[in-house]
Design a protein around this ligand. Sequence first.
Ligand code: ZN
Ligand code: ZN
Length: 560
Amino acid sequence: MKKIVSPILVVLIICAVCMTAFAADIPSKYSAVDKGYVTCVKDQGDFGACGAFAAVSCLESDYIMQGYGTKDNTDFSEAFLHWYAVNSAWADEKSDYYGDGVLFSGSVYNQGVVDSDLVSALKTDSGIAFERDFPYSAYTASKMGSYSDAQRFASGCNVRIKDIVELDISDRTDVQSWILKHGSAAVTFNGTRFYTGTNGTVANNPLALVNNHEVAIVGWDDDFIAQGAFSSLVMRNKGAWLCKNSWGEEWGDDGYFWLPYSDPTINSIMGISVTVNNECTDKYSYNGYAIYTSSKPVKGANLFTADQSGSIAKVAFYTAPDTDIKIGVYSDKGNSVPDSGKMLASYSGHYDDEGYYTVKLANPAAIKKGDSFYVVAEYSTGCPFEISEYTSSGAKQSYILVNDKWTDVNDTRDANNVPVDAIIVGVHSYGPNQHKDPTCTTVGYDMKVCEHCGKVVRTDIPAKGHSFSEWTRADSFRGGITAYTRECSVCGEKERQFRDSNGNIISLKEAEEIVSSNSFFSGIYTNIISGFRTSAQLFTDFYKTVMMRLVYFFATILPF
Ligand SMILES: [Zn+2]
Ligand SMILES: [Zn+2]
């Protein structure tokens, strides 16, 4: 008996040592915001796009931590990601971007997205766009829908997704380690009710069971103690995540709040990392929407045809948690037996967390344009398959090993392709120059796009600035105030300027004060000068001013 117990004890002691050493590397309090790894708080407005905001915060933080940008000059497009997540099933079937996302009716931006939609959109090769090219507030669903895939893709942003990891919500150090390395993680929880404690804004409605909101975790405090309503219910233990919400800087603590570790509605925490696409890398994928349909070890394969010569340098795959995965790249012998050809490259690894991972092959395999090859994946545990409704694989493209026999997934309704992709590195082949003229206020560009990988080489042309006429006298007001106007001869933009009785330029506020102190009906004059009021508002202002003046008048002359 003793002989059996001893090795177990040894293992336990080793584990305890490992855990202690690991925990020692993680501080009890951390803020990626203070480190400068987090971009400013955004406002999602009335649209249900919280998931895109949380995910984009992850991409931005990882990009900054890798040294590609700063918190002030890094700004990726939530509109772009959200559109892809909910809408890209509408894309051209032959396009690389077909097959991800879920089809909704109605306004795209009114749809919330769940993590699986985001993952489907992110794991395609569409990457992310710059905010300046797809600004959130300016785009309606119909406007985004009018862009072709190439236009959506060619935004000059060469950022692609590397890993998308479902972090272990039962293991806080798993999440903390990710944030120390990548800056942000996206958490889903119930955000229906928040309350403000004396030491920070804290979620949540402890009675709610569904998760309906997603924000970015950007730090933590193991000693945080919430106070106020609900605190005894959500704060079973001390400690909370520092979260960046997407409801503007006016909300919460400058847009941030604390989400207790013990909040019962925390449903998932997702980490996303990025890679910057400088080489000519083209992803071969049947895309799709990964879902578990197997709990047993499984083997599957996808067949791809290279559309350029280069080397198969990376593979990407979705895996279940706690899984050993083996991948082999094989030449195609044309007999529909995926692993019958020559093995060109291989990879194996163990993954603790479920997710989509991109890995470099130690020995990349050379491939010629037009050659086809299989990527065969063997999972030690259940494998997430991609649902056929959202995948683009056809006959003789995707196979599953059933009872030791390779079966074309196209021939069966209950088996779908394994989510395993290949990435070929080749040589850029740029299309013709695309030119856009600058306007008075927006930048233009010269841009060329690689037909293989979508890499964009872009030179911005600065905005031209307005071409204003001379100032001309427009209005005069009480107190010697004069208004001058000028107009841009190119775009028609108008500007207004005020001068006092000595001809000095003064601000609108100063002009209002002078007019007001010289007028009985001050409210009306200042509103006219501002020019910001509607006629209905002006009438209300007029009525209020007259009534106030009358009350004041009678109060001063009558004896009661
Ligand atoms: Zn390229
Ligand atoms: Zn102009």
